[in-house]
Write a protein that binds this ligand. Structure first.
Ligand code: FES
Length: 482
């Protein structure tokens, strides 16, 4: 299940860090956010090192749909209502500046990354909602157009469209941009101290430390685990589905996302909280929707993405915590990772260089509003449920009842274990306790992984770490199954 981006872009491997070095800034994570931040810092004359646990762009950057847009769904009216017009305008301006900065970099650095300008549209069946959203968007300075007819084979009353947005090949872009940067791959960070980042075989002493690792993995200070959860969503690349000219997203729950890449139409959807897996297959449902809309189409690739969702719907970009003045963070981009990666890079560069930035307060992680309380309580409730499940939930399966190609939590003489029975009938048994903060993991049949419902860490069926905030795998148990 490799994305179309990973299938069509390779790069030479960079060496791992095997030394003790110094830099003015160190960035943890070489996804889009980390590479853009390092690039912006280097342009500003700040000597920067990037540490990546895997390969450049191998995380969520390689799994995105790669739309770069200030159009974040039906967001203008909701944002004005929730945060006020001034904050909403700054949010829009930051994202518009991010779109323009991508265009500028691609043009000036001559990066071959299939960047094309498109309208970004949100469609809905509610005509009145579309009218209100168009009005709110214009109030915020967006040249929004209300279109009654769109090219998608969906039933709707129209769409709010924003011209001049872009789509691209994210890995071609990020790998080209990283060529001039000092990046160490296969270098997982094991410890972070005020001005020191330690890895398995080396360390970086730096004046500033930027956490750009998707989910900030230092729990205290910051407590980002209490203010975010993660969601999975699924994408299929369709051949023979015709050609789309715009980028689209639907309004409401169970929405679909559309864009074109070369001969492929990328169809996304079926989002759900990580660790809360639905009955039936997400990919199957997406393929069924594709068949109904595009009967001639055929899936050529499919993949999934993981997004950090914050309690107030805005990302955290800025100082990590009050008592760590040299630490910075960029996380919680909701479903808009590409545009917020650039917003983060521009804002963090300004903060680190001591420049004024009008959006600093809007995205500051230190912000708090009473409107967040219900969501925070919900997150707390989910965490308590995940923790107590370990003690009070009795497994329904035994290894004997488990079918080949399936996994489940089973009871063993030593307690609960996670068991996957391979297609060949071999048993793969792992610890079921999440190493992040101890919640019980859930089997994800779609992707044959163990997923944590509390904060979204994921592990393959052999226990290897797939997604944080956990920083280590769950290990195979050697005990016998009852
Ligand atoms: Fe936090 Fe699992 S990700 S407990």
């Amino acid at each position: 299940m490799e994305s179309i981006w990973k299938k069509t872009c390779d790069s030479e491997k960079r060496p791992a860090l095997k030394d003790h070095i110094q830099a003015e800034a160190v960035v943890i994570g070489a996804g889009m956010t980390g590479i853009l931040t390092a690039w912006q810092l280097e342009q500003a004359g700040v000597r920067t090192v990037v540490l990546e646990a895997d390969r450049i762009g191998s995380g969520q950057t390689g799994n995105t749909t790669a739309k770069i847009t200030l159009q974040h769904g039906m967001f203008c009216s909701a944002l004005i209502e929730k945060k006020g017009e001034e904050t909403a305008r700054k949010y829009v301006q930051a994202n518009q500046a991010a779109v323009e900065e991508y265009k500028r970099i691609v043009r000036e650095e001559k990066i071959d990354c299939d960047l094309t300008e498109r309208d970004a549209c949100v469609y809905s069946g509610d005509r009145e909602k579309l009218r209100r959203e168009t009005e709110a968007a214009r109030k915020l300075g967006i040249e929004a157009l209300l279109k009654e007819q769109i090219e998608l084979p969906v039933s709707c009353a129209g769409a709010v469209c924003v011209p001049g947005q872009v789509q691209f090949h994210p890995l071609k872009f990020v790998r080209a941009l990283s060529e001039c940067l000092n990046v160490y791959e296969d270098t997982r960070v094991t410890e972070v101290e005020p001005n020191l980042v330690t890895t398995a075989c080396g360390s970086v002493h730096a004046g500033k430390i930027v956490f750009a690792s998707h989910f900030p993995f230092v729990n205290f200070p910051g407590m980002y685990f209490a203010r975010m959860h993660q969601e999975r969503s699924y994408v299929i690349a369709l051949e023979h589905a015709g050609e789309l000219h715009g980028m689209y997203i639907g309004d409401g729950k169970d929405t679909l996302s559309f864009r074109q890449y070369g001969p492929y139409l990328l169809l996304g959807g079926q989002a759900h909280r990580t660790g809360e897996n639905r009955e039936g297959g997400c990919y199957d449902r997406l393929k069924e929707a594709a068949k109904q809309m595009y009967p001639e189409s055929r899936p050529a690739a499919c993949w999934s993405a993981q997004d950090c969702m914050t309690s107030d719907g805005l990302p955290f970009i800025g100082g990590y915590a009050a008592d760590c003045p040299d630490w910075y963070v960029a996380a919680g981009f909701q479903k808009w990772g590409m545009s917020f990666a650039m917003v983060s890079a521009m804002l963090l560069k300004d903060l680190i260089c001591g420049n004024e930035n009008p959006c600093a307060e809007v995205f500051a992680p230190s912000r708090f509003s009473s409107g967040e309380i219900p969501q925070l309580m919900k997150e707390g409730g989910k965490a308590v449920k995940g923790l107590t499940k370990r003690f009070f939930h009795l497994p329904a399966e035994t290894d004997a009842s488990l079918k080949r190609g399936h996994g489940a939590v089973v009871e063993t003489p030593q307690g609960k274990a996670g068991v996957y029975k391979t297609e060949e009938g071999n048993i793969c048994q792992v610890d079921i306790v999440c190493p992040h903060m101890g919640c019980e993991l859930a089997w994800n049949p779609e992707e044959r992984s163990w997923d944590c419902p509390c904060h979204g860490s994921r592990f393959d069926y052999e226990g290897n770490l797939l997604d944080g905030p956990a920083q280590e795998g769950i290990w195979q148990k050697s005990t016998d199954i009852s």
